[in-house]
Design a protein around this ligand. Structure first.
Ligand SMILES: NC(=O)c1ccc[n+]([C@@H]2O[C@H](COP(=O)([O-])OP(=O)(O)OC[C@H]3O[C@@H](n4cnc5c(N)ncnc54)[C@H](OP(=O)(O)O)[C@@H]3O)[C@@H](O)[C@H]2O)c1
Length: 261
């Protein structure tokens, strides 16, 4: 049976990260050719990217890595051009690249942030997604079809001072989705949607909590457990496959039932 993404060509930004990595693996297994984006700003970043690419190639799947600082448009444009030159088309973009937080940055007082701190996540989470959208849209338009997903977060729905700098950037992503979805579908054939994950069990999340705190946090989730990166990857698969061909400009909440729209 052919995979749900057979014939598709995808870019996953932050593919070296946990949610991004799960998405790369799932999309490649679903039949897509996948360009894994990574920052290359540390040895570990390059290593994680290479490990996933090698793992998929050993399984006979088509994947390669593209490097860019998402805050720099020229680098993003050049990375997208590489994909076009290699595979001749592009039909899927999932943007997961985001500034990593800590307990301290999550609990900081928003009113005490200086401008650089305030804009730090905006420069990665928002600008990165916007840069990729802008660099990818014409390549997608060539075939009159594309699916783009921005990974946002649930505090953008209920509003919260905690994690303000992150939610600010993620809110801008959801604003882009609502504001640009109509033009993109009408003039480019591109579907633009967002996912708002709740608490996901990633290493970067876990390291900020004691076992007891983590347990307590999970007890607030109606499903009784944090999500896994694969849960977000599967939501992205829905939004990037033809199963969602009547879904435009939406945010899908994937949080185990905490927020009910
Ligand atoms: N985990 C959660 O509970 C949760 C909840 C809601 C939303 N989210 C969002 O989901 C996304 C993925 O989260 P995750 O937990 O998988 O995080 P992660 O493992 O830290 O992955 C984040 C990725 O962003 C990339 N990145 C950061 N700065 C970059 C830059 N300047 N240029 C290029 N790439 C950059 C990193 O690339 P390198 O490693 O190559 O440097 C990394 O691959 C994030 O946007 C996060 O905000 C997560």
């Amino acid at each position: 049976m052919p995979g749900r993404l057979e014939g598709e060509v995808a870019i996953v930004t932050g593919g070296s990260g946990e949610i991004g990595g799960a998405t790369v693996r799932l999309f490649a297994a679903g039949g897509a050719k996948v360009a894994l984006h990574y920052s290359g700003r540390s040895e570990s970043s390059t290593q994680r990217a290479e490990n996933i690419v090698n793992e998929l190639r050993v399984s006979g799947l088509d994947c390669f890595a593209i490097r860019a600082n998402v805050s720099n448009y020229e680098e993003v444009e050049s990375a997208v051009r590489e994909v076009g030159e290699r595979w001749g088309k592009l039909s899927i973009l999932v943007c997961t690249a985001g500034l990593q937080g800590t307990v301290d940055t999550w609990n900081e007082d928003p009113l005490e942030l200086d401008d650089a701190e305030l804009l730090s996540a905006v420069n990665v989470d928002f600008l990165g997604s916007f840069h990729f959208l802008r660099a990818c849209k014409d390549l997608m338009k060539k075939n009159g079809y594309g699916k783009i997903v921005f990974v946002s977060s649930t505090p953008t729905i209920y509003g919260e001072a905690a994690g303000y700098r992150f939610s600010l950037a993620k809110s801008m992503n959801r604003f882009s989705v609502k504001s640009l979805a109509e033009e993109l579908i009408r003039n480019y054939g591109i579907y633009l949607n967002a996912i708002a994950p709740g608490t996901i069990d990633t290493q970067s999340n876990r390291k900020n909590y004691s076992e007891q705190q983590w347990k307590e946090m999970q007890s607030y989730i109606p499903l009784g457990k944090a999500g896994r990166p694969e849960d977000i990857a599967r939501t992205a698969l829905f939004l990037c496959s033809h199963d969602s061909d009547y879904v435009v400009g939406q945010t899908i909440v994937a949080d185990g039932g905490e927020i009910r729209l």
